[in-house]
Design a protein around this ligand. Structure first.
Ligand code: GDP
Length: 205
């Protein structure tokens, strides 16, 4: 992931999607799960994804791509990272939740180049009801997804293997779920190499 990454566009509705081209992976999660921090940590670019989350901010799919040849010998294949709008705001009005669901479901159903969605789960909270709803949406859309635990530095280190096992158990009957779970901490740089390797394998590199 040594290339510089650039933001190419925010997609508020499907007609603004970039033409299908390179393989893409997307990131989803409740607001405040640490999604921006993880994208910034993965790409090594602090300011890439916004880390402030304003409830009710414009709901867009944000596209990031590697910016060409870095000259460092670790160039990435053509690919895109898609930052999906956060969900689960406590105060979100129904229209906003419906708009989120429509944008996301249309995207999931229609995007042949989308190889996997990484669903981020806060290690302190585990899978909540609105996460379950999103997993069900992904199962319905038949889009492969994998759970990524975030902020593992916030729980006891000895609890991480147990949390991974519990999470794997919770998703094992879900048809589109990838069975393994990746544990990360953006703050401590943990699990980032595992996630990078998983992404590259997913896009067939
Ligand atoms: P987003 O709303 O999902 O994009 O979440 P952010 O990336 O903005 O993170 C939400 C909050 O969690 C911020 O205060 C971050 O500093 C904090 N955070 C994110 N990742 C980590 C992590 O790995 N460890 C710790 N301790 N805090 C984190």
């Amino acid at each position: 992931f040594g290339n510089p990454w650039i933001f190419i566009r925010g997609v508020p509705s499907l007609k603004f999607l970039p033409p299908e081209g390179p393989m893409e992976v997307a990131f989803a999660g409740r607001s405040n799960v640490g999604k921006s921090s993880l994208i910034n940590a993965l790409t090594g670019q602090k300011g890439l994804a916004r880390t402030s989350n304003t409830p009710g901010r414009t709901q867009e799919l944000n596209y990031f791509v590697p910016d060409g040849y870095s000259g460092e010998g670790d160039d990435l294949p053509p690919m895109a990272l898609v930052d999906m709008p956060g969900y689960g705001y406590a105060q979100a009005p129904k229209e906003q939740v419906d708009a989120w669901t429509k944008l996301v479901f249309d995207y999931l159903r229609g995007r042949a180049t989308l190889k996997r969605v990484y669903v981020l789960i806060d290690s302190r909270h585990g899978i909540k009801k609105n996460d379950e709803d999103v997993l069900t949406l992904l199962d319905k859309a038949a889009v492969s997804y994998q759970i990524v635990l975030t902020k593992t530095d916030k729980i006891k280190e000895a609890g991480v293997p147990r949390l991974i096992a519990e999470t794997m158990d919770k998703i094992k009957k879900r048809p589109a779920a990838y069975p393994a779970v990746i544990a990360t901490s953006s703050e401590k740089g943990k699990g980032l190499d595992d996630l990078r390797a998983a992404i590259l394998e997913t896009i067939g590199h």
